[in-house]
Write a protein that binds this ligand. Structure first.
Ligand SMILES: Nc1ncnc2c1ncn2[C@@H]1O[C@H](COP(=O)(O)OP(=O)(O)OP(=O)(O)O)[C@@H](O)[C@H]1O
Ligand SMILES: [Mg+2]
Length: 311
């Protein structure tokens, strides 16, 4: 089998907010690799640190500890000008709320091409317009939309504009931060299909952030579960759905709607209580308990998880 190529590595990442004397630890010792061409899902409740991780990858938030590598090179902390330029064009972000993430006073034309003023300074106005037209076509919009303002578009169209804005940079890696949660249910699938088509055509790699597991199974190759700034479990999607180990993952899964009405009616919703862990004398570690299946637990819990997998 072909070795998978690691595109992005997050190693022991900490992100603190607040002050040095009174820090708030938004992301704590988080480690994962993302392979080239995959969709890596990151799921967890509101405030768990998902966006903060995405923004640390894009260098919007500095890492307080640990490091982030892209194609084997460090992109966190101080980096060279060339490396910064590479990150700016190759790593892009799609935002949760298309209603607030676009500059209302700018025309679509400028919104979509903004990034190229930095990376492709030499383009003529005509050449830049051609790139915009192509990017709009690539996301299923008409080039004529170029001269309009964001308020003239629906939520789904605005999200497409946001995607065009990243595509024009010819990215390799896209952090998609809850790209469909703010959209009407009826157009969510359209945006997901567009993203998956673009991924196939261009070999894109996605970090896909969401706060519940329901869509994750269908779009993610692997899923990481985060709670209060710490990863608690990571596995291939099927594996995570079949063999969830951490009680928080089990709780998240228990609220995923079931296609079968009978099992939907009988299902039990699990509540996760973090105080159920006794970490006073036996602190938790991030451990690979089966190939590709990582979980956070202390020695006693890890032993139970291994037994659970064998059963
Ligand atoms: N710029 C900031 N300054 C201070 N605290 C912040 C900042 N950004 C995020 N936080 C805090 O860090 C924690 C993690 O926030 P983050 O936005 O990463 O969560 P999230 O998992 O993306 O949540 P949601 O699902 O609501 O988007 C939260 O407690 C949040 O209040
Ligand atoms: Mg968020």
């Amino acid at each position: 089998m072909k070795e998978k190529e690691v595109l992005l590595s997050v190693r022991n990442l900490d992100v603190n907010f607040g002050t040095k004397r009174k820090p708030f630890h938004a992301v704590k010792n988080v480690s994962f690799d993302i392979y080239k061409g995959e969709t890596f899902g990151l799921v967890g409740e509101s405030g768990s640190g998902k966006t903060t991780i995405g923004r640390a990858i894009l260098r919007i938030h500095p890492a307080s500890g640990g490091e982030i590598l892209y194609k084997g090179e460090r992109i966190s902390g101080k980096i060279s000008k060339e490396m910064d330029k590479k990150v700016v064009s190759e790593i892009q972000m799609i935002f949760q709320d298309p209603m607030s993430s676009l500059n209302e006073r700018a025309k679509v034309n400028y919104i979509v091409s903004e990034g190229t003023y930095n990376t492709k300074k030499e383009l003529s106005a005509r050449q830049r317009q051609l790139l915009v037209d192509q990017a709009l076509l690539d996301v299923g919009l008409l080039p004529e939309f170029s001269s309009r303002f964001p308020h003239e578009f629906s939520g789904g169209q605005r999200q497409r504009i946001g995607i065009a804005r990243s595509l024009i940079m010819e990215p390799e890696f896209i952090v998609a931060d809850e790209p469909i949660s703010a959209l009407d249910v009826s157009i969510r699938a359209q945006v997901l299909n567009l993203m998956s088509k673009l991924q196939k055509e261009r070999g894109l790699t996605y970090l896909f952030i969401a706060h519940d597991l329901s869509v994750m199974r269908f779009i993610s190759d692997r899923i990481a579960v985060i709670s209060k700034g710490q990863l608690v479990e990571l596995a291939e999607s099927e594996d995570l759905f079949k063999n969830p180990l951490h009680p928080y993952t089990k709780a998240l899964l228990s609220v995923v709607p079931q296609p079968d009405p009978e099992s939907e009616k009988n299902k039990e919703i699990l509540i996760y209580d973090p105080s159920q862990h006794d970490y006073s004398t036996d602190p938790p570690v991030w451990e690979e308990v089966a190939p590709g299946h990582f979980v956070l637990g202390n020695q006693k819990e890890l032993e139970e998880y291994r037994k659970e997998l064998e059963a």
